[in-house]
Ligand binder design. Structure first.
Ligand SMILES: [Fe+2]
Length: 204
């Protein structure tokens, strides 16, 4: 079960509305490398993880990603509250506005709604943890792109925090792979067409 704490992991206090920026940042809410996919990926992969410490790691990081989803939703909300119709039109926010007004909807910046096809749960510890490493780097790259496009210091402060957390997650997944799984990589014949990963003796 989850216990909700009524505060953000890192504060979001944006002074100025900016719907154009919101239409970009929404990608980290419902885009292919966003926080919704991250949280569901990890919180779903954990069920078939054979080791308690790996299950715990996925639960821990997946739960934090839910907190990041909440922060991204808050950024989008604060960037779009109290907009005038003129601002909506001038900022090119009309395509989003016509479908969602200023509600926060899980979609990519390109307009493609969030899809579970953007993530995977393979049920194989090596495949899943390797995907997780890539997922963290793709999220980090998206935050880098947002920082390239945004000149709002209130937004960028939060985005830098989120970017740093993706790097921490990558390192935590990486440590797991290196320390605990190297023998399984070897035995599973990673890189070869080998079902060994499924046949690994998880009891040792
Ligand atoms: Fe992450």
């Amino acid at each position: 079960m989850f216990v909700y704490e009524k505060k953000l992991q890192y504060p979001v206090r944006i002074q100025n509305p900016n719907p154009k920026l919101a239409a970009i940042i929404i990608s980290q809410y419902g885009g292919p490398d966003g926080e919704l996919g991250a949280s569901l990926r990890y919180l779903s992969q954990r069920f078939s993880m054979p080791y308690p410490e790996l299950k715990g790691l996925l639960t821990d990081i997946g739960t934090e990603e839910l907190g990041h989803l909440e922060m991204i939703g808050t950024i989008v909300h604060q960037l779009t509250r109290n907009l005038t119709e003129e601002q909506v039109k001038q900022a090119g926010f009309d395509a989003y506005f016509v479908d969602h007004t200023t509600g926060v909807y899980p979609t990519a910046a390109s307009g493609f709604p969030w899809s579970a096809a953007s993530m995977q749960v393979k049920g194989d510890l090596i495949a899943d943890l390797t995907e997780d490493l890539a997922a963290e780097q793709k999220a980090r790259a998206t935050y880098d792109n947002i920082l390239r496009l945004s000149d709002d210091p209130d937004v960028n402060d939060v985005i830098r925090f989120l970017r740093a957390r993706e790097i921490v997650h990558f390192q935590r997944f990486g440590d797991t792979n290196h320390n605990k799984l190297s023998k399984f990589y070897h035995r599973a014949g990673v890189g070869a067409s080998c079902p060994g990963a499924l046949l690994v003796d998880y009891s040792r």
